[in-house]
Design a protein around this ligand. Structure first.
Ligand code: CP
Length: 291
């Protein structure tokens, strides 16, 4: 059985295979059979999409879900993540989907336990299943990643989506630009170039917006002018190529990262991303148990 903690340790051919698997599940509505496997979703940060689309993927593959609620668990009495995972494994849970506030929370678990861990988001680190669903959405639209111009917009430094997506998209042949306020640039992101959305909007194939991660900011940021300075306004959207698409991992801060009239516009794939999340997560569950 495999862990799924980052796309960085997977070769591009395998990532392309997982994308194809997800698209195939979506088209054929036929899913791998993972019945008789027990899984728990451990979310220590809030989530709507990731948690519930994993649950949908687990139900579509026939898995047995052992429900866990961090608020009512013995974590509140001081039990560690390691002891929680070890305990659930002792009663029969075979695989864990975990979201945690701490970057690289999984290191201790994968070194000390031989139980598959799926990273559902670690702090400002990675969000590999979001990346996979983003890749599925781009592949469906363009059929390839080679030479696509992808502009990642907004709060890059705090975004695990930006980290995961930029690295894998570049490895798959896309060209990455970051359009972000100077104070949200990330020195860890050495690929691509920093620019303004205005200077690249006409050539961009994918406008990949990010959420302003207010819960991770150490200083309060006045967002009242963010949309007109950095976000996707209707004026900027009018300059997009007809074939270009708008993406956002959501949740969305309406009229801050994007004008709300654009959220369900012709070029938006934001809700398609959410649909694809279920099929991408089925591909991940199949990878964990069957590859
Ligand atoms: N995109 C995403 O991870 O959404 P949730 O925080 O709702 O899971």
């Amino acid at each position: 059985m495999n862990n799924f903690i980052s796309l960085e340790n997977l070769n591009p051919e395998l990532v392309l295979e997982l994308i194809d698997d997800a698209i195939c599940y979506k088209k054929k509505k036929a899913y791998p059979n993972l019945s008789n496997h027990y899984i728990s979703n451990l979310f220590f940060e809030n989530s709507t999409r990731t948690k519930l689309s994993f649950e949908m993927a687990e139900k579509k593959t026939g898995m047995e879900i052992i429900y866990f609620d961090a608020e009512s668990s013995s974590i509140k009495k001081g039990e560690t993540l390691y002891d929680t995972v070890k305990t659930l494994n002792s009663i029969g849970v075979e695989c864990f989907v975990i979201r945690h506030i701490q970057d690289r929370f999984y290191e201790d678990l994968i070194h000390r336990l031989h139980i598959p861990i799926i990273n559902a988001g670690d702090g400002c680190g990675d969000h590999p299943t979001q990346s996979l669903l983003d890749l599925v959405t781009i592949q469906e639209e363009f059929g390839s990643f080679k030479d696509l111009n992808i502009t990642i917009v907004g709060d890059v430094v705090h975004s695990r989506v930006a980290h995961s997506d930029a690295k894998i998209l570049q490895r798959l042949g896309a060209k990455i630009n970051f359009a972000t306020p100077e104070f949200w640039r990330d020195s860890r992101m050495t690929m691509g170039s920093y620019t303004s959305l205005d200077s690249v909007i006409k050539e961009t194939d994918v406008v990949m917006l990010l959420r302003n991660q207010n819960e991770r900011h150490t200083q309060t940021y006045d967002e009242s002018h963010f949309l007109e300075q950095y976000g996707l306004t209707k004026e900027r959207a009018n300059k997009m190529k007809p074939s270009a698409i708008i993406m956002h991992p959501a949740p969305i801060n309406r009229n801050i990262e994007i004008d709300e009239d654009l959220i369900e516009s012709r070029q938006s794939r934001i809700f398609t991303q959410m649909t694809n999340g279920v099929f991408a997560r089925i591909a991940v569950l199949n990878y964990v148990f069957n590859y």
